[in-house]
Design a binder for this molecule. Structure first.
Ligand code: ATR
Length: 277
């Protein structure tokens, strides 16, 4: 008798653009696992009942994406320290007893991507400049605090969102005016775009890198296009650059391991599979 296939998926609204099914689908094929990873679109009024139904249908867990990363926490029976620090979850395990365990692997994915593509980089080597103060910034600031960045400067168009992050993450976080961001690159080790600027269909993030040390690393969370105007300007200025696709790939690995039982590799084949999806 064959066993029921292992099930996981991603819940959001809209969900059609998500690369996660291509990513997990690649790993399932590569490791020959009898499983499925399914995109699920839930409207807000169906979110809670929809989530509650999934373990009954045999789902071992799910990823949660926009706009539900915060909502899911209120349904969780158990929340990891990092999800609780960030105030949002992206990786959900359904426990044997039907309970919901909520974790957040975005910060892990962010740091792993930099360590993978720039082995000489360390968060500890100097201040970081974070551009943006939305949901992605929250996970990245938490990860940079935990990774030992000595100072984290946040510049955001809407200053009070940056101030809210300073209040949340404490003494090492400082707030910089959005129009002073280029100057705040002085003596940084890491410069991070967490805004949606530079994404296909969005205006570019126009910053000059003259103030940045040549030793600094610039990275973007935008990965469509892979090389954003922000990254190409940083590269022209002689900085080390790391694109944002790897963050998406690395954040997916802990969930895959938990649901499907294999620690998956993040490599060029996976990048190619996700890019061509
Ligand atoms: P996410 O969860 O992906 O981070 P978000 O919470 O909507 O999404 O945050 C988007 C970020 O991009 C914010 O920092 C936003 O700045 P505001 O807080 O001022 O809205 C930033 N952003 C988006 N469009 C921008 C623009 N045209 N100029 C400057 N910043 C922009």
């Amino acid at each position: 008798m064959s066993q029921a296939p292992l099930l996981a998926g991603v819940v959001g609204n809209p969900i059609g653009h998500s690369r996660s099914p291509a990513l997990h689908g690649h790993w399932l094929r590569r490791y020959g696992i009898a499983g499925h990873y399914i995109p699920i679109e839930l409207r807000p009024e169906h979110f809670e009942t929809g989530i509650r139904a999934l373990p009954k249908l045999g789902f071992r867990g799910i990823n949660v994406t926009i706009p539900y990363k915060e909502t899911i926490l209120s349904m969780a029976d158990q929340v990891s320290d990092r999800a609780s620090l960030i105030g949002a979850a992206n990786t959900i395990m359904f426990r044997e007893d039907g309970g919901i365990y909520a974790d957040n692997t975005d910060g892990y994915g962010f740091i792993s991507n930099l360590e993978h593509h720039a082995p000489a980089w360390s968060a500890k080597s100097g201040p970081a400049l974070v551009l943006g103060a939305g949901g992605a910034a929250k996970a990245i600031v938490a990860a940079m605090v935990q990774a030992g960045a000595p100072e984290i400067r946040i510049a955001n168009r809407t200053r009070n969102r940056a101030e809210a992050l300073r209040e949340r993450f404490g003494a090492r976080v400082t707030v910089v005016d959005w129009n002073m961001a280029a100057g705040a690159m002085a003596d940084t080790a890491t410069i991070i775009n967490t805004t949606s600027l530079g994404m296909d269909g969005q205006p570019p993030l126009n910053l000059t890198f003259e103030a940045a040390p040549k030793s600094a690393l610039a990275t973007d969370i935008v990965y469509a296009p892979l090389i954003t105007p922000f990254l190409s300007r940083a590269a022209e200025a002689g900085l080390v650059t790391v694109d944002g696709l790897g963050m998406l790939l690395h954040q997916a690995a802990p969930g895959f391991q938990h649901w499907f039982g294999v620690r998956p590799d993040v490599d060029d084949d996976l990048r190619a599979a996700v890019l061509s999806a």
